[in-house]
Ligand binder design. Structure first.
Ligand SMILES: Cc1cc2nc3c(=O)[nH]c(=O)nc-3n(C[C@H](O)[C@H](O)[C@H](O)COP(=O)(O)OP(=O)(O)OC[C@H]3O[C@@H](n4cnc5c(N)ncnc54)[C@H](O)[C@@H]3O)c2cc1C
Length: 374
């Protein structure tokens, strides 16, 4: 059974800024927490993973080679780059670049539309979580703790947590709880507290993605990445060509994303089978089917990879000052890193503004959030 920790006295009679829990250490949660820290809030970030970054992820793999030696490679197996367009986000990216946490990548991209060429994108360095680590510097983190439930209490909100080993326990009190998790997870946590938000977020359609991470002998391939959308595969990249990545001599780490349609149709397939199918598809694209020498291959399944359609919520985030409850994330925009950052940043501004204002009022009512097309 969950145990409940003692509740401290509510903060209504003290001048200290409210204690805020941000759930999710992806780019939305990181932007939100960074904004609140700057505004002087007492903010703690919780994430079920052991690291930060969420879908901006890098995985390390090792495999045995001859004479007991071990081969190693890293794969940016989620979001591999992003493109800032909004000035406020651009300014944050520029600061991160000056500190060496991101780099510009002139990516040689094979694409059938509009045409093969070079495009400029931004890549965190030396790995994908580096950008969120940078945003979160100075913010207290509780990693490896999934929030399984929210409970109203006199001082605000109890968080029910699990670290995967011990039963969920509650921690109290957070006067404000801000959800920066994928929409389906947010919907689950909001049920019973803000049903209209839960219903709207529960209706947001996100597509899954199977991703192959493989290592071959060096191959003569003129591109850094390719948008293929052919057969099983949608996108492939040589991971060693991204800025700041490890380059192992004579070995090439590849990341290959299956199409959304294929991923959806094969969502429940055995990972070993999926590995074989995607490996064969990659070989066909790289060498015309002649099998390259494989050193490693594995897959990852993203259940909630990207939005099926741009959401039309009318706001960049939701915030109820009365409840001390807010939601942000990439579902509030076009499902991109930039949308997630803007949503988190906007929520921090809304929370800070309502703390300054008296009496407190709701700044953004629950609004329609559907998966209607662009
Ligand atoms: C394969 C793939 C390719 C992509 N390509 C691009 C691209 O090229 N360009 C681009 O801009 N975007 C791309 N994206 C999308 C981009 O990664 C996301 O839009 C963005 O990272 C979302 O950030 P977020 O903070 O909203 O959510 P997330 O990154 O999902 O962060 C949510 C965090 O919440 C945590 N969490 C969830 N539930 C709980 C819980 N109950 N308790 C505690 N913690 C919890 C998770 O562990 C996670 O760390 C891609 C995504 C994928 C998967």
């Amino acid at each position: 059974m969950p145990t409940t920790l003692p509740i401290e006295s509510p903060a209504a009679d003290r001048m200290e800024p409210p204690r805020v829990a941000v759930i999710g250490a992806g780019v939305a949660g990181a932007a939100c927490a960074a904004g609140l820290l700057r505004a002087g809030f007492d903010v703690t970030v919780f994430d079920k993973s052991r690291g930060v970054g969420g879908r901006m992820a890098t995985r390390r793999a090792q495999w045995a080679v001859v004479d007991g030696a071990v081969g190693a490679a890293e794969f940016d197996h989620g979001c591999a780059h992003f493109t800032p367009t909004r000035p406020r986000f651009q300014a944050v990216v520029d600061r991160a670049e000056a500190l060496g946490c991101v780099a510009r990548w002139r990516q040689r991209l094979y694409a059938t539309f509009p045409a093969p060429g070079v495009r400029q994108v931004v890549v965190p360095t030396p790995n994908m979580p580096a950008f969120c680590r940078h945003l979160l510097s100075g913010v207290p983190l509780r990693l490896g703790h999934a929030v399984t439930g929210l409970q109203r209490c006199p001082g605000g909100w109890l968080l029910h947590l699990t670290d995967g080993r011990t039963e969920a326990r509650a921690e109290c009190p957070f006067e404000q709880v801000l959800l920066a998790v994928p929409s389906a997870h947010a919907a689950t946590l909001l049920r019973g507290h803000q049903s209209d938000w839960a219903d709207a977020l529960g209706g947001v359609r996100m597509l899954p993605r199977w991703t192959l991470m493989a290592v071959t002998d060096d191959l003569d391939w003129p591109w850094d990445a390719a948008e293929v959308e052919r057969g099983e595969l949608a996108w492939i990249a040589r991971n060693d060509r991204a800025p700041g990545r490890l380059a192992a001599s004579g070995r090439v780490p590849w990341v290959a994303h299956a199409t959304s349609a294929w991923s959806l149709a094969h969502l429940k397939d055995d990972p070993a089978q999926v590995t074989e199918v995607l490996r064969a598809a990659l070989a066909k694209l790289l060498t015309g089917g002649r099998p390259p020498r494989w050193h490693h291959a594995g897959v990852h399944r993203w259940r909630h990879a990207q939005l099926a359609h741009r959401a039309s919520c009318g706001f960049d985030c939701w915030w109820s000052a009365g409840l001390g409850l807010g939601v942000c994330g990439d579902s509030f925009g076009d499902g991109s890193v930039e949308a997630a950052w803007c949503s988190g940043d906007e929520l921090a501004d809304a929370v800070a503004a309502s703390f300054d204002a008296a009496p407190q009022t709701s700044v953004a009512p629950a609004a329609e959030l559907t998966d209607s097309a662009h």
